[in-house]
Design a protein around this ligand. Structure first.
Ligand code: ADP
Ligand code: 5GP
Length: 209
């Protein structure tokens, strides 16, 4: 089979558990995946480290990155910029890793436009009330911000059907396995294995009597 890495976009409502899920997936399968670290202008949450969760930038620094075309895509989300640095993604794909971008829907659609064989995954909690419970339970935002994220979730839900697969994050371990198997399955898609097909066709021709 072809060894090419797949570019994977993971979106989902804020609080759906994407971050938790990505951490668990990478811990379980560290050799398969590379997680892109985004740049953002939002302030770090408690426990977040520059260069680990995000590259934290000022608005001026971020706008410079846009101007120099150092980002594959960027979007404004609840008053802050978020964007995907180009270099890391290109390097890891070339190494044959599946590269995961955890980004919101506007960015997801821009990536799909630029790279049509991107796999789009959407993470959702089982219910809307569970989403609110997780946002409140995380305790990292004020009620105002939680309300704006719930409203934003309403808008994002309108785009859920543009994704290739939905991933319901109910039981975390089960969700990790589901996501991993969807991606493993995706590697078998014939359109992702054109080199393999070409080689076996040539071999068969050579063996023809
Ligand atoms: P996101 O990255 O999508 O904003 P987080 O990963 O920060 O979401 O998760 C939001 C909250 O929900 C966190 O407090 C996290 O511990 C919790 N959480 C994540 N996944 C689950 C799950 N499967 N079941 C219950 N709680 C979860
Ligand atoms: P948070 O502030 O909760 O970390 O992230 C807010 C939203 O921004 C999430 O939906 C997250 O997926 C998205 N996001 C994070 N990084 C990027 C990025 O590089 N580009 C885009 N378009 N969205 C991002």
């Amino acid at each position: 089979m072809d060894k090419k890495g797949i570019l994977i976009v993971v979106s989902g409502f804020s609080g759906s558990g994407k971050g938790t899920l990505m951490k668990a997936l990478l811990a379980k399968y560290p050799d398969n995946y590379a997680l892109s670290i985004s740049a953002t202008t939002r302030t770090p949450r408690e426990g977040e480290m520059d260069g680990r969760e995000y590259f934290f930038k000022t608005k001026e620094e971020f706008e410079k990155m846009i101007a120099k075309e150092e980002l594959i895509e960027y979007a404004k989300y609840v008053e802050n910029y978020y964007g995907t640095p180009r270099k890391y993604v290109e390097e890891k794909l070339a190494e044959g890793k599946d590269v995961i971008l955890e980004i919101e829907i506007q960015g997801a659609l821009k990536v799909k436009e630029a790279f049509p064989d991107t796999l789009l995954l959407f993470v959702t909690p089982p219910t809307a009330s569970e989403l609110k419970a997780r946002l409140v339970g995380r305790g990292t935002e004020t009620m105002d911000v939680i309300e704006s994220r719930m409203n934003r979730a309403c808008e994002e839900a309108l785009g859920m059907d543009r994704y290739d697969y939905l991933i319901v994050n109910d039981d975390l371990d089960q969700c990790v396995e589901e996501m991993h198997s969807i991606i493993r399955g995706e590697h078998h898609r014939s359109s992702r294995n054109s080199r393999f097909i070409e080689e076996i066709r040539e071999d068969l021709e050579r063996m023809k009597q």
